[in-house]
Design a protein around this ligand. Structure first.
Ligand code: IPE
Ligand code: IPE
Ligand code: MG
Length: 232
């Protein structure tokens, strides 16, 4: 959904390449993750200033639990730190925070923290930042299916979308993956039906405001047909 000035309403990003960024510098992977958190601020500032309404970032997939325990603990720690230190900034900028994904594996403290920051920022009118943590596109779909089964009602495309974690939001206009891989890795599977996909070799910690501006400029040139044909 393009707004009148061609600015996308919703950008989603698979933030990949933190580990390789660190490896190139002979540093532990955790350094890459720490550096990657800084990129989030940079990119959020850029896109919300441009007038994008929704930014969805993939921080931790349902499959990322299979990484070594030390890395998982480190990523949970960074997530906790991000939530603790960013509330004032989000409030000041009018950004509403949502955390998408299952919270079942979080400890009580993290669950409370997530709830609090989401609630405190819920009045943000400038834009919405969705952090996908313990998120999987398949899990999102399966949970929705089960809700319909339990309620004993049939779904249609609209009511189904309203049961997904992104309910009430437009589908992503743009999905960007940094880090050079050309795959979706279980991100927004249902919601990406007509997203414009952009892949860049840039590793996430190096991703810049300039690069996302260039991607948006490319996006604005696209002819989004949604299955139709354009009559001249
Ligand atoms: C992305 O960076 C962040 C997460 C998946 C948590 P990676 O950690 O996947 O970095 P690479 O792909 O190994 O370089
Ligand atoms: C995708 O990156 C998940 C996130 C960015 C959170 P991965 O590094 O986990 O994906 P694969 O393993 O390369 O597909
Ligand atoms: Mg990766």
């Amino acid at each position: 959904m393009k707004s009148d000035n061609g600015v996308p309403s919703h950008i989603a990003i698979i933030m990949d390449g933190n580990g390789r960024w660190a490896k190139k510098r002979l540093l532990p992977r955790s350094f890459g993750h720490r550096e990657g958190v800084k990129t989030i601020d940079r990119i959020a500032d850029e896109v919300f200033t441009l007038g994008v309404r929704y930014l969805t970032i993939f921080a931790f997939s349902t499959e990322n639990w299979n990484r070594p325990e030390q890395e998982v603990t480190g990523l949970l720690g960074l997530f906790r730190k991000y939530l603790k230190s960013n509330e004032p900034k989000l409030l000041k900028r009018g950004i509403k925070l949502n955390v998408l994904g299952s919270r079942r594996a979080f400890d009580d403290e993290l669950r409370t923290l997530v709830d609090e920051v989401c609630e405190h920022t819920s009045c943000g009118k400038v834009g919405t930042l969705n952090i996908c943590f313990d998120y999987g596109g398949r899990a999102d779909i399966v949970e929705a299916v089960n809700e319909f089964v339990e309620a004993g009602v049939k779904a249609d495309e609209e009511t189904f979308a309203e049961r997904l974690q992104t309910h009430g939001m437009p589908d992503p206009d743009i999905i960007i993956r940094t880090g050079g891989e050309h795959r979706i890795s279980n991100f927004l599977l249902y919601q990406s039906a007509y997203s414009e996909l952009f892949f860049t070799d840039t590793l996430w910690p190096d991703f810049s405001g300039e690069e996302i501006k260039n991607i948006i400029a490319e996006y604005r040139k696209k002819d989004r047909r949604f299955g139709r044909i354009n009559e001249e």
